[in-house]
Every structure is written in C-alpha cells, then in structure tokens.
Design a protein around this ligand. Structure first.
Ligand SMILES: [Zn+2]
Length: 455
C-alpha cells in the first residue's frame, strides 16, 4: 500500500511540475525578449536621384507585428511604409517572421536638406505592456538635387594651339571640385585668393598641340552630393591655330654608342641591336617618363606662387622649339617620330640654371630620357621643368625664389650635347614656354584677367 501511495504522490508531483513547467514555458514564450532585426540599405548619404533601398525585417520567435518607415525632415514625418501583419496559428507560428521589400525614395517628393530615414519594427511578444519588442533603425541622409551654379566671368579668351589659357569663373559655394574640360583633359580651377567667399575661381589650362577643330570646351562643377553642372564654353574660348615645324634628326652609330650606356637600367633586353634599344628608349621610356611628369600635376599649391616676368636661361640660343615635329632617321631611313614638348636652350657647358620664377621644388631626380631633372611648382597647376642637367643643387620640397641657382646644364639622358631642355606644364600638360617669356602676352592673357580684382 505504501508503495502505491508513494507512486501516486510521485505522479501528482510530476504532473504539477509539468503543468507549471508548461505554464512557465508558455509565459516565457509569449513574453519573449528577442527583438526584431532590421537590415536597411545600402542607402546613399546624399539623395540626388530616386533610390531603391532594400529593407529586410526578421523576427525568429513570435514574428513581426508592425513595420513603419518614415522620412523625417525637421518636424515633418512622412510615412514611406506602414504594414501590419496578422497573428496566425499557435503562438503566431504561421505568422510572418521575415519581410523583404524595396523602398523607392524619390527626392522630388521631399524638401532639399536633411532627411533621416527611421524604421520601426514591433514583434508579437506580449512584452513592453503588450506592445511587443521594438527595434529602431536610423539612417542620416541629405536630399540634394540642385547642381552647383556656374558662370564664366572672363568674357574673351583667345588661346593658341599648344599654348596656355586662363579663365575666371564663379561657382556656388557648395561646389567641391570644378574646372575646365578641353576634350577629355581636365584642368582644375582654384579659389581666387581675393574673394574665395564669392566662389570665384581661376583656372589655367593648356590646348594640346594635336587638338582638333571640334574639341568640346566646357566648365564643370560637382557638389559634395555628386550633382554635376556643365557649361559649354565653345563660344567663349577661341583657339588660334598654330603651325609647328618639322625637323629631321639623324641618329648616328656614334651617338648611340655615347648615349646607350646611360640607359642600361631602363633596358629590358641588353642583347638587342643599338638602334632597337634606341627605339625602346625613345618610345616606351619616353612614355613612362611623361607619365611621371603628368603625375606631378596634383602636387601644386592652390595659391599663385609666381610673380612678374619669367626668366630664361642667360645668354642662351634656342636650339629646338616647342611643338617641333621630329623625324628620326637612321642610315637614311625614317625610324621614329615624336613631338618636342619643350624648348632647347644652349649656352656654355655646365651653365648655371636659375629658377624661372618663385615656387617649390616638386621633383629633383634622374628621369629616363630627360636625364637629371628638376620640376618647380608655381601654384594653381603651373610648373616649370629643367632637364639634361649635369648636377642638381636643390631638394624636393624646397622653396625657391626667382633666379635661385637650382642646377647646371649638361647632357644626361637622351641628349646629343650640353643644353637645357626647358618645359612649362599646366595641370600636367606641356605647353609652349614662349608665351611665358613674353610680358605682353602675360599682361593681355593673365594680368588683365586677374586684374579684374581676382588673383
Ligand atoms: Zn629638348
């Protein structure tokens, strides 16, 4: 009998434990604290055009009750999405546990400026006084669909093919980058030192020697949201055609014997014939060297560093001009063709080379066909280059004043005799230095424009 009573007691206890256990489990289940998960995005930081924004809400336990998406602009709340889900099956087992959608956000429906997206998701838990667990996801955004305004200030702009041009233009203050395109070539503008608050910019640009008649010239500006403005300048910038010379250059075996040893580090195959080595230097090495020059265009002061007339190597004769089309002959046959992108000046051997204007040294090293080379930045994308030097007196990063001796002439690199190869660059493009040695040209094309009150 005792045994049976004990068994009944044990069964009763077990049943009670089970019932309470079940009630406990049920309460834990309906009051569960697991919050819904929200996956929003990617969303642009700046809304410039209609954006499709993916939204995924998941809730593993009791499932999703409500989702609300709003766009907040100041005190204004605009509902983008509001969805209620019904309770289905035991403990919402058959309800919605995962919801996926794509929000279409059209900036034309909102005001310009700050616009924050807020996503609210509640689940079917009885927690929080029966409201369920709540998850909030926020994303800060700015509606900006207005591109920066652009206005050309300098009205008449004549530029020579191969030469330099300067325009003065104005942008609205939200423009973060602006400048001029000549075809695909971009020259950035720099805020005018006198009145940057008015959005005034100066922009030096070059016209490549091979520019064709229909080249597109346009002002370009971008704001931080990525909105872009363009203004056609084909009627405001007039390109004057310039004829360049053609020159024959005879490559002798003696010349090759003299210059080739210097290029041993640049040559991939030392067993090649001399004339083949020469072609590799004149083509591949030249191209690589020009890329180094081009790469220096961003290392420039946003402020103008130069002042007054530009110097020219003292007591020197011009041996080759900018834009000369050079035809290379070997044993009576044409083997190559290149355009000379600087001016060759010859004086006495090892003549002292002065900085042509104030600036900062941005390159002082050996550079392939150009030999020992110095590049000086004069600000706002303007630079001068000095090549075939026999020695260099300055270091990269050093400030130099007009006339400071920076080097001596020589014949390093691809040079037949002691001379200075001098180049002028505008935003990475070699231009004709002749203009910069001409005070009348500077007065008419630079000072007059800057003199309108902008530097
Ligand atoms: Zn030269």
């Amino acid at each position: 009998m005792h045994k049976k009573r004990n068994t009944t007691l044990i069964l009763a206890v077990c049943a009670t434990v089970l019932v309470f256990g079940f009630i406990g489990w049920f309460l834990v289940a309906i009051f569960e604290g697991e919050k819904p998960k929200i996956q929003l995005g990617p969303i642009p930081v700046f809304l410039t055009k209609t954006a499709e924004v993916p939204l995924i809400v998941t809730d593993a336990e009791r499932g999703i009750r409500t989702i609300k998406v709003t766009l907040k602009q100041g005190t204004r709340h605009i509902t983008l999405l509001e969805k209620r889900f019904s309770f289905e099956g035991l403990l919402n087992a058959e309800g919605v546990h995962r919801f996926e959608t794509v929000l279409t956000i059209n900036p034309s429906e909102f005001n310009q400026g700050r616009a924050d997206i807020e996503v609210y998701a509640w689940d079917y838990s009885r927690s929080s006084g029966g409201d369920g667990n709540l998850t909030i996801a926020e994303h800060k955004m700015t509606v900006d669909t207005i591109p920066p305004a652009l206005r050309l200030v300098s009205p008449l702009n004549y530029v020579n093919k191969g030469g330099t041009g300067l325009i003065v233009y104005q942008t609205t203050s939200d423009a973060v980058k602006s400048g001029l395109y000549v075809g695909k070539r971009f020259s950035p503008g720099y805020p005018s030192a006198k009145s940057p608050e008015q959005g005034m910019h100066v922009c030096y640009f070059g016209i490549p020697v091979d520019t064709t008649k229909g080249v597109k010239l346009f002002l370009w500006a971008e704001d931080k949201a990525g909105n872009i403005s363009k203004a056609n300048l084909n009627r405001s910038i007039h390109i004057r055609n310039k004829k360049f010379r053609t020159r024959k250059i005879n490559i002798s075996d003696r010349f090759l014997d003299e210059v080739l040893p210097y290029f041993a580090p640049e040559l991939k195959d030392p067993t090649l014939e001399n004339v083949v080595k020469f072609l590799e230097i004149n083509q591949r090495v030249r191209k690589e060297n020009n890329e180094v020059f081009f790469g220096l265009r961003t290392d420039t002061s946003p402020k103008r560093l130069w002042e007054g007339p530009w110097l020219r190597l003292k007591n020197s004769a011009t041996m080759a001009r900018f834009g000369d089309r050079r035809l290379y002959y070997y044993k009576g046959k044409i083997i190559d063709e290149q355009i000379h992108m600087g001016v060759d000046l010859a004086s006495l051997a090892s003549s002292k080379v002065g900085a042509v204007n104030n600036g900062r040294v941005i390159f002082a090293d050996r550079l392939g066909i150009y030999g020992l080379t110095v590049v000086i930045d004069h600000g706002q994308g303007l630079a001068s280059t000095y090549s075939h030097l026999s020695n260099i007196n300055v270091k990269r990063g050093q400030d130099v004043a007009k006339g400071d001796v920076i080097a001596s002439t020589g014949l390093t690199g691809l040079a037949g005799g002691d001379h200075l190869h001098f180049g002028m660059m505008v935003s990475g493009l070699f231009v004709n230095p002749i203009e910069w040695w001409d005070n009348h040209w500077i007065k008419d094309n630079v000072i007059r424009k800057l003199g309108t009150g902008y530097k």
